[in-house]
Design a protein. Structure first.
Length: 235
């Protein structure tokens, strides 16, 4: 269970409380955990390299990413009390295991342990900060800065410099046209920053990406460190 850094903050008595409720599951890339309006029956805790993308879905079917969650966090029913509908799509972006717990059972555990309750409330604060920073980033920073930021987020969470991802998927997450991403990728390939082969992006010069990226990842990390020290991965 400590493969999830958020749950890893718990002491043994609280882990013992959660362990009988948890099951490990490894869904494939692209598996949709939640759609807008779905009942949130399970809470998910990504482990190891697993990434889950939160996407806001528009009326025309297009979607844009609002948060990327890895082993530092959780998805679904974290602080809500009772059965509430999902607001965004949650989709598996990078493969790996998830710990899932029925939301109703997690709610019971929260009632029995103030430590679990407070931990998840603190994480909700951090996730809100991440979403707010992403909103500001999308409004102010260039596509190049945002793309570099996203890749650095993925590397920090997975510990890998290879990401299963198509250019079309990346364009959709960033909310831009695929042709723009194609031009940017071609430029970065020419400069030796990355390679893309059969739906897998490989980063060759991560320091160059850090130079190109905005500072939004660091702002989010600093807030995590203040609220949940040691949970946010270091890239």
């Amino acid at each position: 269970m400590v493969e999830n850094r958020l749950l890893g903050k718990l002491q043994t008595p609280d882990l013992v409380l959660l362990l009988p409720l948890a099951e490990t599951w490894s869904p494939p890339v692209g598996h949709v955990l939640l759609e807008p309006g779905d009942a949130v029956d399970y809470s998910y805790f990504p482990c190891g390299p697993t990434l889950v993308s939160f996407r806001v879905v528009f009326a025309d079917g297009a979607s844009i990413e609002t948060a990327l969650v890895g082993r530092e966090g959780a998805v679904g029913g974290i602080v809500s009390q009772g059965q509430l509908p999902a607001f965004t799509r949650a989709i598996v972006q990078h493969p790996g295991p998830l710990i899932r717990i029925q939301t109703s059972r997690l709610e019971e555990a929260k009632m029995r342990s103030s430590t679990i309750r407070h931990l998840l409330a603190r994480y909700a604060d951090c996730l809100l900060a991440q979403v707010l920073q992403a909103t500001a980033c999308n409004a102010v920073h260039s596509i190049e800065q945002r793309m570099a930021k996203w890749l650095l987020e993925a590397v920090a969470r997975t510990g890998e410099e290879r990401v299963p991802l198509t250019q079309e998927q990346l364009a959709g997450m960033l909310g831009v046209g695929r042709s723009y991403i194609n031009r940017l990728v071609a430029n970065w390939k020419h400069r030796g920053l990355l390679r893309w082969h059969r739906g897998v992006l490989s980063i060759d010069d991560i320091e160059a990406l850090r130079t190109l990226s905005c500072a939004c990842n660091e702002v989010v990390r600093e807030h995590f460190d203040e609220v949940l020290n040691g949970v946010y991965p270091r890239g």
